[in-house]
Design a protein around this ligand. Structure first.
Ligand SMILES: [Zn+2]
Length: 392
């Protein structure tokens, strides 16, 4: 005799009969455990009524199964109240058992679309969505910690045309998404930041060159060191440098092959590419000196994990470079000089720490996939729930 518990995946039931009718397995079972009053735990009960309850249960291979249970209404002689019997693994008023709901949610999570799943399981698509949200909320409450992480990455990403951008708070130490919040301005994020407790735990905040995030970090994490994200700093340098190139030689700047070579670090060029670039630069001596300057600056920005003494040396070099930029007379480079000067402290901290927002950017790719799979979200809370479960 095979145990009913193993067949059903639920404790305390006994299968009394099973038959297959038009592709559906009907399992008749009864609950063998003791019944007690849910109000006072009394055992002195009198039977009032009985009814059959039919529930969707976990599929057996490709066959759907229906669990048929007899449920009873009892009167508790102890407290005088009546109640319908409750069963383990089945929530009140549900038409499916918990293992069944879990199996459907798991399939949806693994990427089977809601409409496809609805057709296959013969359940309404809205029901699947409701079950899925329940399931995600349950997982979310188990997994997500309420405390702020020690190393925090802040970055923005696009949510929808209607709602605009959202801000990601990422736990860079444990490679997790801490939270996503709608909006990227100070006003939009302030109420959220003020609400969450334990801000004193944050020691390092990593941000791109966004003044709003810096202002927020200074205000809400005053004890934390703010680190500029290396990738964004170098991208800004490249951006201004290319703008300057466009001013000096508009025809050359349109050549996409050359633009790709100009943007790269020297160590990423092959011998052939290096020769091609040198040949071009020899024709434009003014551009050559600017290019050399840019290369030196980017190599300076690539330094990481340095000690205090080395950082002081780097800072001196950096400040003299910035001063040269600010008085060079070329508008894009002057603008770059001002930007780098405004972020000098955060850039200097970058040399001490190796942390950057690469993990956050990686999660952004994952979130994009999530949005594509769902064909976009209208409800931000639904999106947030999925991000919190799937990216942690
Ligand atoms: Zn009672």
């Amino acid at each position: 005799m095979i145990s009913s518990e193993i067949l059903l995946g639920l404790p305390g039931y006994e299968i009394t009969a099973a038959e297959e009718r038009s592709g559906i397995v009907h399992i008749q079972a009864r609950f063998a455990g003791a019944v007690c009053c849910p109000h006072c735990s009394g055992l002195d009960l009198r039977l009032k009524d009985r009814r059959r309850r039919r529930l969707r249960h976990e599929d057996w291979g490709l066959r759907h199964t229906l669990l048929e249970l007899e449920t009873r209404k009892w009167l508790c002689r102890g407290c005088g109240r009546t109640f319908w019997q409750r069963f383990p693994g089945i929530l009140p008023r549900m038409r499916a058992t918990e293992p069944c709901r879990r199996a459907v949610c798991q399939r949806h999570y693994d990427g089977i679309s809601r409409s496809r799943l609805a057709a296959r399981e013969r359940i309404a698509s809205a029901t699947i969505e409701r079950w899925f949200v329940d399931w995600l909320s349950h997982l979310c409450s188990e997994r997500v910690s309420l405390e702020w992480p020690m190393i925090l990455g802040i970055d923005e990403h696009f949510f929808s045309r209607r709602h605009g951008y959202a801000t990601t708070f990422c736990d860079l130490k444990n490679h997790k998404i801490h939270d996503v919040v709608l909006g990227r301005s100070e006003a939009a994020l302030e109420s959220y930041l003020a609400r969450v407790q334990g801000r004193h735990r944050v020691q390092v905040v990593c941000i791109d060159l966004a003044p709003a995030y810096r202002a927020l970090a200074r205000k809400y994490f005053p004890q934390a060191r703010i680190v500029a994200d290396r990738f964004h700093v170098i991208r800004t340098v490249n951006h201004h440098f290319l703008a300057c190139w466009k001013e000096i030689d508009p025809a050359g700047a349109k050549n996409r092959g050359l633009a790709s070579l100009m943007r790269r670090h020297r160590h990423n060029l092959t011998l052939q590419q290096h020769q091609r670039l040198s040949a071009y630069l020899r024709e434009h001596p003014a551009l050559e000196s600017i290019y050399r300057f840019k290369q030196r600056l980017t190599y300076l920005l690539l330094e990481k994990g340095r000690n205090h003494k080395r950082c002081q040396k780097l800072a001196r070099r950096f400040l003299s470079d910035v001063a040269a930029l600010r008085c060079c007379g070329l508008a894009p480079l002057v603008a770059l000089g001002h930007t780098l000067y405004a972020w000098r402290e955060e850039i200097a901290t970058m040399w001490r720490f190796t942390r950057n927002n690469a993990i956050t950017e990686g999660f952004h790719t994952k979130m994009e996939v999530l949005q594509r799979q769902a064909y976009g979200f209208r409800n931000f809370q639904n999106y947030r729930l999925r991000v919190k479960v799937m990216c942690s």
